[in-house]
Design a binder for this molecule. Structure first.
Ligand code: GLC
Length: 470
């Protein structure tokens, strides 16, 4: 067990903390507007308009999940998490409980099963992102916070909310009838359970159920007024949770179900679009306790395919993000938003290939690794990771040092028996020539590694591997 000190939860996280690196995939109808997965909400598109424009035209003719799986495996990813349904409610699989699914689009086929087959065929584990929100379901209560029709609701009800609702309802398409008349959220919650049951029984072993998300923090309104708050009452999270733990006890859950359990009933904490400063903790029984955690990050600013978004991160930045996660005992789930034709776009492919080149030489500093023991302080401009099984310590050089790397904590001197660059297994001398010894370590107390004068070519982040004595 890599992290014995973390909060114990029911899900099987043993493999998760070994594997460290997964691919998130946000894919659905929103690939077509190509303006991100929240487009329906942001542009206040009605369900009918959204269906007409996108559902009726969705035809990812170039979809080849074998190529996706290759790209993920070659990048060194060990699991994948696909949006079975995002907030717009569109389902990638042939669910018995809705017609709002891939098989009813012009494409006409199930998108999920071949994906699961392709990825598991490459040895990756399966994860399903499943949206708790659902903007198309006829029983789902229209709310003021995240719903595409929130402004219409405001216009009809005359409640000024200041809590997220914008100005005027767009499009003038609302006739004043109560948008929530006849809706029964508990029927939606039953639908949610029915679909999750399908996902957990028809696709083999599911390693992760990535639920997203709850919002129940508006205490001006009762928790069960679903126009303002949607938390465990709206999803009937207790029932959902009990069903899941019965069907697949070891599945890893995210912390977004809003249950009154540690980590909201989840097994992993899921910081999103931010890198934690240190190992993530939660308050538990009056103490801060470290937890299993996974940062989810994007290549650019969007989860769903965004044609015009140009703030793409460099390979070096992404590799550094992965290293940073592991150095703090966490995982990285890195997102791809495939296009409406069913391909990864060239920018994603470039980056995945770049990450794969780095991982080819350096995955030893990632898989099975975690935060380094405290006795090894992290040198300036570096990140450390540590493999407790092999007892090797990895120093990632984010900024290439001048000639030498000075490691002056006693543990380095006492416990390191051999040092090499990881990418080519070339020895790094620990013996200083007199001229330098005199200046850097006259008393012989430090470990000072002599590095090549120039940074190894073509390596985004060079890594030093230190072999430790017991
Ligand atoms: C969110 C967003 C979303 C994205 C997700 C990924 O909360 O609603 O669009 O799927 O987080 O973490």
């Amino acid at each position: 067990m890599l992290e014995p000190q973390t909060l114990q939860t029911p899900g099987d996280t043993d493999w998760f903390v070994q594997d460290r690196f997964g691919m998130f995939i946000h894919w659905g109808l929103y690939a077509m507007p190509a303006r991100g997965e929240w487009v329906m909400m942001r542009e206040e598109t009605s369900r009918d308009a959204y269906l007409k424009k996108y559902f009726d035209r969705f035809d990812p003719d170039l979809y080849d999940p074998e190529r996706w799986a290759d790209a993920a495996a070659n990048a060194g990813m060990k699991y994948f998490v696909i949006t079975t349904k995002h907030h717009d409610g569109f389902c990638l699989w042939d669910s018995k409980h809705t017609d709002y699914k891939a098989t009813k689009t012009p494409y006409g086929r199930d998108l999920l099963r071949p994906m699961v087959d392709a990825f598991t065929g490459r040895g990756l584990r399966t994860g399903f992102y499943h949206s708790l929100l659902d903007w198309q379901h006829p029983q789902y209560i229209v709310d003021y916070k995240t719903h595409p029709e929130r402004d219409a609701l405001e216009a009809i009800e005359g409640i000024g909310t200041s809590a997220g609702a914008a100005t005027e309802p767009k499009g003038g398409r609302y006739d004043g009838t109560d948008l929530n008349a006849g809706r029964d959220q508990s029927r939606y919650a039953a639908y949610l359970r029915d679909q999750v049951r399908e996902l957990l029984t028809e696709f083999g072993d599911v390693a992760v159920m990535w639920f997203d998300f709850s919002f129940a923090g508006d205490d001006r309104y009762p928790r069960d007024d679903f126009r303002f708050n949607k938390g465990r009452e709206a999803w009937e999270s207790e029932k959902l949770y009990a069903m899941i733990r019965e069907l697949m006890p070891g599945v890893i859950l995210t912390d977004r179900l809003d249950l009154e359990l540690p980590l909201s009933g989840g097994d992993v904490k899921t910081p999103e679009q931010v890198q934690p400063k240190r190992w993530v903790t939660v308050e538990h029984e009056g103490k801060q306790v470290p937890v299993v955690w996974e940062a989810c990050q994007t290549f650019s600013g969007s989860w769903g395919y965004h044609r015009d978004e140009s703030s793409w991160r460099s390979v070096r930045q992404l590799v550094t993000t992965l290293i940073d996660c592991v150095s703090k005992g966490g995982n990285l789930l890195l997102n791809v938003g495939p296009t409406g034709r069913g391909e990864f776009d060239y920018r994603a492919i470039e980056r995945l290939e770049g990450i794969g080149r780095w991982m080819h030489h350096h995955n030893r500093s990632i898989y099975g690794c975690t935060q380094a023991p405290d006795e090894f302080p992290c040198p300036t401009d570096c990140r450390l990771t540590y493999n407790p099984t092999t007892k090797r310590l990895y120093i990632h050089l984010l900024n290439y040092p001048y000639n030498f790397l000075q490691l002056d904590a006693p543990a380095y001197k006492e416990r390191v028996e051999y040092a090499q660059l990881l990418h080519d297994a070339s020895e790094l001398s620990t013996e200083l020539p007199p001229f330098f010894k005199h200046q850097l370590d006259p008393k012989g107390e430090k470990l000072v590694l002599t590095l090549p004068k120039t940074e190894p070519a073509g390596i985004e982040v060079p890594v030093i591997e230190l072999f430790l004595k017991d």
